[in-house]
Design a protein around this ligand. Structure first.
Ligand code: UDX
Length: 470
């Protein structure tokens, strides 16, 4: 039967409309960021801030309800403002209906946790669950992008998972777009990145990703397009190296203590060499957080799996384990190991300043050793106390969580500074001297003025300052 002429015109109009729609979606994709944790809850609003339409999705209905009320489930400076602005501009929304958000999205970012498994490997169970949900809800072409830190080869694994669930290969592209966000400065790190790394399989996906980040690229942000495996490797190689750098300066600090050198000066002079650079050369109680320990262990797992030695990464982990014992060792030296029944003030519980995160925090190691020594603990941290209470809930009899640093120091037989919160950098040491029972202090972050401590008659030590003054 001949098709009437009029319908020819409609078919042509429909084809033009569909190609315009496709072009529009390619240039203005709807993004879903799956996982509203430290990574997704910064990356999603960050993408909205540069002009994209973003849905932040999470299965945790409580977390989503908090976000819809304008409350944050995590502490991250500046994040509340970015979220509020983009929600008001209707560029950002939240949902617990992840499946529906996937159906609406053209680009699906996977930003769920990849915690360290028992054997050191990255636990990809959450990534797998998201991939299976995508398989159930994918009805049109989508870019599927891993934002989470995932082992090299995960992109290929997600592809095989989707195809094994019957998803046609041409219905999606796999992309890797790792985050390089430091907790406490994550918003800034997202909006002003040192570089954006994007691994793609096809030019189509590359163009879509380019358009998502285009405002940032136009503003001068450096970027690298590469393959998916290389992008996955860049993340691990970067974090592994930063962890090595920290372990290196921690070892040099310990040698400074033994030889009378001052690591602050050593580190400063090292950093003036552009090849070394001044950053990540601050010695401390060892690195913590959700990334360096996990990513270094994941590299060691890959070393075992592929039988490729990674001796430098291995050593950085061993060094870090030893470094976490250094603050307690210094306290024992100052107190002549007489800790039974003594009260120790711990200032700082978060694994670093400007975060509420206590994962792998060196303070956990110190608290455990103090409890084993029969000491009583008084502690204060501006943000991380609730998280630490959950870890040491059976020890409420031995740990007092105080409202401020001075209350924690009142009556203390020694003070330990474990986190470099700004407010600890400006503590009134005269007041501390009048409040403590004994003037003994361990500064595990090298933030206290040594001259001031000496003047006030403190017995103190720090990290690599050669200042063990009993
Ligand atoms: C890190 C990476 O920096 C970031 O790129 C990645 O995306 C996530 O992991 P984060 O763990 O949030 O970020 O904090 P970071 O500032 O890197 O510190 C990590 C650990 O190293 C902390 O325990 C910190 O106290 C320690 N550190 C850092 C040092 O001991 N000395 C330094 O000079 C810097």
């Amino acid at each position: 039967m001949a098709i009437p002429f009029i319908s020819h015109r409609y078919i042509i109009l429909l084809l033009i409309f569909l190609s315009c729609m496709q072009a529009y979606e390619q240039n203005n994709p709807t993004i879903v960021m799956i996982g509203s944790g430290y990574v997704g809850l910064v990356s999603g609003p960050g993408l909205a801030e540069i002009g994209n339409k973003v849905i932040c999705a999470d299965v945790d209905t409580h977390k989503i309800a908090m976000l819809e009320q304008g409350k944050l489930p995590i502490y991250e400076p500046g994040l509340e403002k970015v979220i509020a602005q983009n929600v008001a501009a209707e560029k950002l929304s939240f949902t617990a209906d992840v499946g529906k958000a996937i159906e609406k999205a053209n680009v699906v970012f996977i930003a769920v946790g990849t915690p360290m498994g028992e054997d050191g490997s990255a636990d990809l169970s959450y990534v797998k669950a998201v991939a299976e949900l995508i398989a159930q809800h994918i009805t049109s072409y989508k870019v599927i992008c891993t934002k989470s830190t995932v082992p090299v080869g995960t992109g290929a694994w997600i592809r095989s998972l989707l195809e094994s669930h019957g998803v046609k290969p041409e219905l999606f592209d796999i992309v890797s777009n790792p985050e390089f966000l430091r907790e406490g400065s994550a918003v800034d790190d997202f909006l002003k990145p040192d570089r954006v790394v994007i691994g793609t399989e096809t030019d189509k996906a590359r163009e879509i990703m380019y358009n998502i980040y285009k405002p940032m690229f136009d503003a001068g942000a450096p970027y690298i397009f590469t393959t998916v495996p290389s992008s996955e490797m860049i993340k691990y190689a970067s974090n592994g190296f930063l962890a090595v750098k920290i372990s290196y300066i921690n070892e040099i600090a310990n040698l400074c203590d033994a030889t009378g050198a001052d690591v602050k000066t050593v580190s400063k002079a090292m950093g003036l060499d552009k090849r070394i650079c001044p950053y990540f050369l601050n010695p401390g109680p060892g690195f913590g957080g959700s990334c360096f320990p996990k990513d270094s262990q994941a590299l060691m797992y890959a070393s075992e799996k592929y039988q490729v030695p990674l001796e430098v990464v291995k050593a950085s982990l061993a060094t870090n384990a030893l470094q976490k014992k250094v603050p307690f060792k210094k306290l024992c030296a100052l107190m002549h190991k007489d800790l039974q029944g003594k009260t120790i003030a711990i200032l700082g519980l978060a694994y670093k300043g400007n975060t509420d995160d206590i994962r792998y925090s060196p303070s956990i190691n110190v608290i455990k050793e103090l409890l084993e020594s029969g000491a009583q603990i008084k502690t204060f941290d501006p943000q991380a106390m609730e998280n630490m209470k959950a870890i040491f809930s059976p020890y409420t009899h031995a740990i007092t969580y105080c409202t401020d640093a001075y209350t924690a120091c009142t009556g203390a037989d020694a003070v330990m500074i474990m986190t470099e919160w700004n407010e600890f950098k400006i503590l009134d040491l005269c007041k501390i001297a009048s409040l403590v029972n004994n003037k003994i202090l361990v500064d595990a972050r090298n933030i206290i003025d040594i001259k001031e401590l000496k003047k006030l008659g403190f017995a103190f030590d720090a990290i690599g300052r050669s200042c063990m003054c009993a």
